[in-house]
Design a protein around this ligand. Structure first.
Ligand SMILES: O=C(O)c1ccccc1NCC(=O)[C@H](O)[C@H](O)COP(=O)(O)O
Length: 231
């Protein structure tokens, strides 16, 4: 289960994510966000073994690639209306495994529609991130319909986002069975200011949900959908 703490602005918060054994830290490069930071500020944040993910809403491929270099990014999260051509260019230059494509289940009347959209992006990304709402305004604190996502057949591993906090994480994971989780406003005191106690509680909730899923998987003889939901 990949764990990403997003909307990082402070060194102490990145350090906390590292201590908790997270996989990724996210930096928001979108001026409209209260969590926005400049590439130079992100570059100054040391992140050890964490994958450094840049979140982009309005930028084209050239601008994204400039920020990849300036902020020392490992992965890019395409979180807006970027075209397939933009994603193809990113995948060509940095490799598809370094691209996270954000999609919004709320735009689709059915899982089949979401799966079709996923298939059209699959060649250009290594992960999908599913967020609440219908637009590139992330950090909304709203939840997705986790039960509806349980039947999702995704062509790539997918990360669940949208208002996840320690209280809701276990249920969210057990119901939707994602390959990763993205935590943001649910572990904050205020936008961009993470609360280390909430981060630790979220990490504990993820561990307990994973244990519950393993037990479920074993009790079902490893035969049904308790395993990863991507193809
Ligand atoms: O977090 C923001 O302020 C933001 C603004 C514009 C685009 C994306 C943004 N966040 C990217 C994320 O991946 C968030 O973690 C995701 O939207 C979930 O946020 P939350 O609902 O607060 O858990």
């Amino acid at each position: 289960m990949l764990v990403k703490f997003c909307g990082m602005t402070r060194q102490a918060d990145v350090d906390a994510a590292l201590r908790l054994g997270a996989d990724c830290c996210g930096f928001i490069f979108h001026e409209g966000s209260p969590r926005a930071l400049r590439p130079e500020a992100a570059a100054r944040l040391a992140s050890g073994t964490l994958k450094r993910v840049g979140v982009f809403v309005l930028q084209n491929a050239d601008a994204i690639l400039r920020t990849v270099a300036r902020a020392r990014l490992d992965w890019v999260q395409v979180h807006g209306a970027q075209t397939l051509a933009c994603e193809a260019e990113l995948a060509r230059v940095i490799g598809p495994e370094r691209v996270i494509r954000v999609l919004w289940p709320g735009r689709h009347a059915s899982l089949a529609g979401l799966e079709a959209e996923m298939r059209s992006h699959a060649a250009y990304c290594g992960h999908f991130l599913l967020d609440a709402g219908t637009t590139g305004t992330g950090g909304s604190g709203r939840n997705l319909d986790w039960q509806a996502l349980a039947a999702l057949r995704a062509p790539r591993p997918w990360i669940l986002a949208g208002g996840l906090d320690a209280d809701r994480l276990s249920l969210a994971i057990v119901q939707s069975r994602p390959d990763g989780v993205d935590l943001n406003s649910g572990v904050e005191d205020a936008p961009g200011l993470k609360n280390h106690g909430k981060m630790a509680a979220a990490e504990a909730a993820i561990r307990s949900a994973r244990a519950e899923l393993r037990t479920l998987h074993r009790s079902l003889g490893g035969r049904n959908g308790a395993g990863p939901a991507h193809e």
